[in-house]
Design a protein around this ligand. Structure first.
Ligand code: CAA
Length: 445
């Protein structure tokens, strides 16, 4: 069976940085450790004045095409996943294609373009679309370009303000890919929820605490649904488990839930029983509330066992390396978690080819998806090409007053002029608006 999956990946972070402990916490009158330890976040990326979801996506895609020596004719579809779109009709993929056409001979007239929306899970849905298109044999030898790009801004003063971020991930989906092959098996947990939404508004309406509960509930359903086709999963099945990462603290909660689920009725549960007892079984409790309370206590105890900590340090913690420095990238978030894990494996000199990742994606509203990915022989060469660390280090460090201006600049309801903090070089930039209020771009050498 032909393997289909991610052949190449490029990451573009917004070029500005808000330091949460040094700059944000003092202004909020909060203990810096609420952010660094509680949420697990050190900084957020923001777009410079000349950046937006189109420039970040086009710049990531351009780098990917250059590195892989691709021409427009090699790409048969361009799907953009975003929840920061500025147009209800014209998709961001057309703008990105327009940018790319300005620097390549040839065009993307043959390419099917679209925009996927389902909060943060749309990036994974776009991967799935590309996978299905290639598996169906409709790609005529061409690859798919998937771009997940977001400016994740919250209203000033919203509790979510600490979890903002901006950046793009471009992925090339092909047959016999170099990086990872996607499993045919998938599991879904999907329900009509009102935890986080943007009813024709730029900044989300969020019920933060509820959104965390919904994330966990849908993720559990997705894992169970995945197991119904792939068989029971075990912690040892996966080298890494990249989750959607709105902030690392959310992943800490998802990880212990997944671990509890995976070790049930295994020798690991038996070994741990001496220390913390067996997992509560619903039939042993009088009512659901009592059962839920027992589960909460058990999860707390499980989370502090050496067995769990060892698994967490190996399979989860490396996936957070990029997120903790850049914040939430919505649709791109799970894809930077995968990249972070592979990057850590490369840095540790680990031979990962043939090993499996368990990928947990999530979008508010709400839907989770679990699938597996098998790491391919060319993974290390591909991951070694990433320059995300340099990008993170090169960001301009904003003062709080500058951050306020940047937030206003990217607020669609405000019209704020702002000098660039960084000098654009070899990249696409936003230049203004055209006659029909369309956004305009150019490439700066
Ligand atoms: N030292 C150490 N830890 C501290 C601390 C300190 N001084 N002060 C607080 N903490 C801990 C808290 O105990 C808490 O940890 P636990 O949840 O493990 O108890 C953590 O820091 C956060 O503190 P609060 O709960 O008090 O923070 P908050 O209420 O101000 O905001 C939030 C938290 C609700 C998640 C908010 O950031 C938010 O609304 N975020 C946006 C919504 C979101 O990201 N939801 C995630 C699921 S939905 C999703 O995933 C889709 C998406 O991308 C948006």
């Amino acid at each position: 069976m032909t393997a289909v999956g991610i052949d190449a990946i490029e990451i573009w972070t917004g070029k500005l940085k808000l330091d949460l402990a040094e700059t944000f916490a003092p202004e909020k009158g909060e203990d810096p450790e609420k952010y660094t330890k509680g949420l697990g976040l050190h900084a957020s990326s923001f777009p410079d004045a000349h950046e937006d979801i189109v420039t970040m996506g086009a710049n990531a895609a351009h780098r990917l095409m250059e590195r892989k020596g691709l021409k427009p004719d090699d790409i048969g579809r361009i799907d953009v996943a975003t929840e920061s779109s500025f147009d209800n009709s014209k998709p961001v993929s057309t703008y990105i294609a327009g940018c790319l056409e300005s620097v390549y001979d040839g065009d993307f007239h043959h390419a099917n373009k679209g925009e996927r929306k389902f909060a943060c899970i749309a990036g994974t849905q776009s991967l799935d679309d590309a996978y299905n298109w290639i598996k169906a044999g409709r790609n005529r030898g061409r690859s798919a370009l998937v771009v997940a790009t977001d400016t994740a801004l919250y209203a000033r003063g919203d509790p979510g303000e600490a979890t903002q971020g901006a950046g793009a991930v471009a992925m090339l989906i092909t047959e016999e890919p170099s990086l990872v092959a996607l499993s045919t098996e998938q599991g879904y947990g999907s329900a009509d929820e009102t935890d986080f939404l943007k009813p024709n508004q730029q900044f989300p309406s969020v019920d933060g605490k509820r959104s965390m509960q919904v994330y966990l509930a849908r993720m559990r359903e997705a894992l169970e649904d995945y197991e119904s086709v792939a068989g029971a999963s075990h912690p040892d099945d996966f080298a890494y488990v990249p989750f959607h990462t709105p902030f690392p603290g959310m992943v800490r909660k998802a990880a212990v839930l997944a671990y509890r689920h995976m070790i049930r009725d295994t020798p690991i549960e038996e070994d741990l029983a001496e220390e913390i007892g067996f997992q509560p079984r619903e039939e042993d409790y009088e009512d659901r509330e009592a059962y839920k309370e027992a589960i909460r206590e058990h999860m707390d105890a499980l989370g502090s066992t050496a067995a769990y900590q060892e698994w967490y340090d190996a399979a989860i913690e490396p996936t957070l390396d990029i997120s903790r420095e850049v914040g939430n990238w919505y649709t791109g978030s799970v894809h930077i978690a995968r990249a972070a894990a592979l990057k850590r494996a490369a840095e540790d000199g680990r031979d990962l080819a043939g090993e499996v990742l368990g990928v947990g994606s999530y979008g508010s509203g709400a839907q989770a998806e679990v699938h597996a990915e098998t790491v391919r022989d060319g993974w290390k060469e591909e991951i070694d090409q990433l320059n995300v660390d340099e990008q993170i280090d090169d960001r301009y460090d904003l003062s709080f007053a500058e951050y306020e201006n940047v937030h206003d600049r990217h607020n669609h309801d405000k019209s704020v002029e702002l000098e660039d903090f960084t000098i654009p070089e070899s990249e696409f930039v936003f230049t203004g608006r055209g006659r029909m209020n369309e956004r305009t771009y150019e490439y700066v050498e």
